[in-house]
Design a binder for this molecule. Structure first.
Ligand code: APR
Ligand code: PHB
Length: 393
């Protein structure tokens, strides 16, 4: 058995774990990151791509935003489409000049991995049988197998950054956490296509056949989504059918969606989930390990990074001065933003998706809400400030 001592044991090398490791390292705090998948797998996983201005600033100030600023595409608005027409929400104009940056989560993860390895800091991929122990004590442990040896990591605190299906949250004894959730009766079929985006800004489309979203990853890559069943069988979706359905749902007179080779496709379920508190003893949960939002509000990645910003500040303060104020407030501080994002994502989802059992009353309400949001300055401002990320919650 190899025993290692570190200040912060970080489980999971997604955006939350990697950003936390980076922020701590910048402040001279040691950590070991333990990830059960391979580097290739983690770097190939296609995920979200919308980053709030505040998070771009956080990464830039921490020295992790160089490529993000160089290659990311700054967007100042989005479009909402319904009844066959598009309506622009001028995000920056409505939200004090703030914008969003389009940059794939995958790219951010690659940047953070490179920074970590260049700094010579421990990042253990393909760790097997990861488990966490003694969480209520001052010396919590992470155990795992790595390159054929049994490892025991002796920590001051553990950060559970291992996503929704990780092991940290389930290691908290029964009865400690309160859980809040909502399942949606649909999912998203997403594709990445080798074709220039057909619109300068994202288009969120309400359509009688279901929601569709036009997004992008770069000037040469489009990212597109269709509302589908949560258990949709991809085998029933040859490329031609996907393009045809996207053309129908995103189509408006005088405009056609440019098609190209489909590089990746997948189905994601949609759920809302929060556990409270986001802490048990010396284990702190961050990002998807503690909460999930449906992707409609583009908040998942941003929330994860807000959590680690709060946690990194609290840990730095604790290691420097011994004060536990920040750590004691960690969960409440994060949950205020989490619940704002939960509401916003649920609201966007309900406004734009077609439910199987939708009666005409619900449909009329959706269309009325869409008209309101695209004609009232107050309603549009509310959408915009949530979308670009609230400064205070
Ligand atoms: N041991 C070690 N690592 C694990 C384990 C485990 N038992 N289980 C899961 N992991 C790893 C996953 O392989 C993944 O790399 O933890 C990482 C969690 O990363 P994410 O799921 O990306 O979660 P997070 O970092 O919180 O980022 C949230 O990612 O899922 C998207 O839409 C979500 O954008 C949001 C963001
Ligand atoms: C994406 O580009 O993947 C994306 C954009 C906006 C969303 C969700 C996903 O709301």
């Amino acid at each position: 058995m190899n025993r290692t001592r570190t200040q912060v044991g970080i489980v999971g090398a997604g955006p939350a774990g990697l950003t936390l490791a980076h922020l701590l390292h910048r402040d001279g705090i040691d950590s070991v990151v333990v990830e059960d998948k391979s580097r290739e797998y983690v770097e190939a996983r296609v995920r979200a791509g919308v980053i709030e201005q505040g998070i771009v600033d956080l990464l830039t100030e921490a020295g992790a935003g160089e490529r993000l600023v160089r290659e990311g595409l700054v967007h100042h608005g989005i479009e909402l489409q319904f009844d066959g027409e598009r309506h622009r929400i001028p995000l920056s104009e409505l939200a004090g000049g703030r914008a969003i940056v389009i940059y794939g989560q995958t790219e951010l993860v690659k940047d953070l991995i490179r920074l970590r390895l260049d700094a010579g800091q421990p990042l253990h991929f393909e760790a097997a049988d990861v488990s966490v122990h003694d969480l209520e004590t001052e010396r919590p442990l992470v155990r795992y197998r790595y390159e054929g040896s049994d490892e025991e990591l002796d920590c001051d605190v553990i950060a559970g950054c291992d996503g929704f299906h990780g092991i940290c949250r389930p290691s908290i004894p029964a009865g400690v956490l309160s859980e809040f959730s909502r399942e949606y009766p649909f999912g998203w079929l997403g594709i990445l296509a080798a074709v220039a985006p057909s619109n300068d800004e994202l288009v969120y489309a309400h359509h009688e056949r279901g929601f569709a979203l036009l997004s992008l990853r770069s000037r040469e890559r489009s990212r597109l989504y269709l509302q589908c069943r949560p258990d949709e069988d991809l085998a029933k979706w040859p490329d031609d059918r996907i393009w045809e359905e996207l053309q129908t749902r995103l189509g408006i007179p005088g405009w056609r969606l440019a098609e190209g080779a489909i590089l990746e496709k997948g189905v994601t379920g949609m759920r809302s989930y929060v556990c409270e508190p986001m802490r048990y003893g010396h284990l702190f949960l961050t990002g998807d390990a503690a909460h999930i939002v449906p992707p409609t509000g583009a908040k998942g990645l941003n929330l994860a990074l807000h959590d680690v910003e709060v946690l990194a500040d609290a840990l730095v303060e604790w290691f420097r001065s011994g004060t536990t104020i920040g750590l004691d407030q960690y969960s409440d501080t994060c949950l205020r933003r989490v619940w704002r994002a939960e509401h916003f994502s649920w609201w966007m989802t309900r406004m734009l998706h077609r439910a199987d059992d939708e009666d005409s009353f619900d449909l009329k309400l959706q269309l009325s809400q869409l008209r309101y949001v695209t004609t009232s300055h107050a309603a549009a401002t509310s959408l915009a400030e949530n979308y670009v990320g609230l400064e205070t919650v």
